[in-house]
Design a binder for this molecule. Sequence first.
Ligand code: NI
Length: 172
Amino acid sequence: MKLPIILHPDPRLKTSCTPVADVSDALRKLGADMLETMYLAPGIGLAAPQVGIMSRVVVVDCMNGEGDTPRPIVMLNPEVVSRSDETSVYEEGCLSLPDQFADVTRPAEVEVAWMDLDGKANSEVFRGLWATCIQHEIDHLDGKLFIDYLKPLKRQLITRKMKKMKRELARA
Ligand code: NI
């Protein structure tokens, strides 16, 4: 089921999320719905607060090139356990800020630990777009958006544009 995506600014996007305790059918359904919502958007990552669920759940799949084999991952309680000193810059966007993009510098490589939908502990080192995307999604769980890395003027400009977009959507 496709879920409605919350647009910035919204207090839910500024709130820290609660850890998931146990895997449940409801959580499996949420994971499937979030993946469907992400693919349809289309996007490469989505965090639960973006669909109004204040739990530490993200979905990612950065195999977005033509001919790539999809690799959907549902991460429960994801955590960056180590990060490289080396950084990389990607132009980031966000499904909660449609049409807004900006360069963000982050560690180029991160080791991420998470629980999967079988309740199993996982950890893996991610680099490139995967590393950026997963860090972006984990930030959402802490109420942080990619625009929080920008200079205040640029952030305010994007927020003004988003407020205008939301007013127009509300009127439509
Ligand atoms: Ni985002």
